[in-house]
Design a protein around this ligand. Structure first.
Ligand code: DON
Length: 309
């Protein structure tokens, strides 16, 4: 690696001070809990492939992983079934529409197209081999802990807030099921998917998740091998196409790194073979991506010339 830890720390500090100056965006409010998270929170973490962790800002704050949970579950499905089965059963195309779009689904015979939109993520959860709901959930939680850290845990407050209001996702799950594209009971898939979105993580945890992808499937902090190397490229391809939803094209154009966002305010980016960068701040843009996290990651990617294209 061509960068010293001191250099990365300076860049992380600069990125956070720049991020804090931006006042654009608004917290997600369709999940009541997320509307109550303090909007001023702002953090940035970098995890290098040799296991160094650098962070700045509110790096200890634990927030909801939300859609970033779609990445570990996709990896788990690929480990169990192989990448090709995931592509044929769930899809590998950008939808060009919002993350919870019913239009994207019905326009394609109720096939999700991508495991990184809500429909595809519920199909992915349903695709995992599990004898029952609790085993399905435990498998996902264990995987989140291995790819991030043992501190990852379910928030009862967030989970309750989401389960009590997830009518739209329940509708999507039934559409999937009616078309033969949900591989378990649809309400089980929706409930477990909602739990996987409701775990609490830190910005370091997200950078470790992305760092595992950057490090060819081995968690750079714990040294544990989590994902088979042959599944890394298809995961990064999915992230490039749909990681930031209908803003993924602009993100590829402006930043040039596979990324993933969540409506909890987290965004992560993978620099294959080198490092991972994660940002956190609750206010979101129209597509549901943290405004400050995007700005901070873009700042570092541009400073270090990390664009993979
Ligand atoms: O299912 C939902 O709508 C949320 N639990 C997660 C959506 C999300 O994070 C979209 N990302 N930017």
């Amino acid at each position: 690696m061509n960068y010293s830890i001191d250099q990365l720390q300076t860049l992380a500090d600069e990125a956070v001070s720049m991020g804090r100056k931006c006042s654009d965006g608004a917290n997600a409010d369709y999940i009541p809990f997320l509307a109550s998270v303090p909007s001023h929170l702002c953090a940035l973490s970098i995890v290098t492939c040799d296991g160094n962790v650098v962070h700045s800002g509110d790096a200890d704050y634990r927030f909801a992983i939300e859609s970033i949970s779609k990445v570990p579950s996709l990896a788990l499905a690929m480990e169990q079934k192989g990448a090709e089965m995931v592509r044929t059963k769930i899809g590998a195309e950008p939808t060009g529409l919002p993350f919870n779009s019913v239009l994207a689904l019905v326009a394609h015979k109720d096939k999700p197209l991508s495991p990184l939109v809500n429909a595809g993520a519920m199909a992915t959860v349903s695709f995992l081999d599990a004898p029952d709901k609790e085993a399905r959930w435990q498998m996902i939680l264990d995987f989140q802990r291995r790819i991030m850290s043992a501190n990852v845990s379910l928030s009862d407050d967030i989970n309750t807030s989401e389960q009590d209001t997830n009518f739209h996702n329940r509708g999507i799950a039934w559409l999937l099921y009616a078309a033969g594209n949900c591989f378990s009971d649809p309400m089980e898939a929706c409930e477990v998917y909602t739990r996987q979105c409701s775990t609490l993580v830190t910005c370091d945890d997200l950078a470790t998740l992305a760092g595992t992808l950057a490090n060819n499937g081995t968690n750079p902090v714990t040294g544990e091998k989590i994902i088979s190397p042959q599944n890394i490229a298809p995961i990064l391809a999915e992230m490039t196409m749909e990681g930031l939803y209908d803003y993924s094209g602009d993100w590829a154009f402006l930043v040039g790194l596979p990324g993933k966002s969540g409506v909890g305010g987290g965004v992560l980016a993978v620099v294959p073979g080198q490092m991972a960068i994660a940002g956190f701040s609750p206010p979101l843009d129209e597509a549901g991506n943290s405004v400050r996290a995007q700005l901070m990651i873009r700042y570092i990617a541009n400073k270090l010339n990390l664009n993979v294209y």
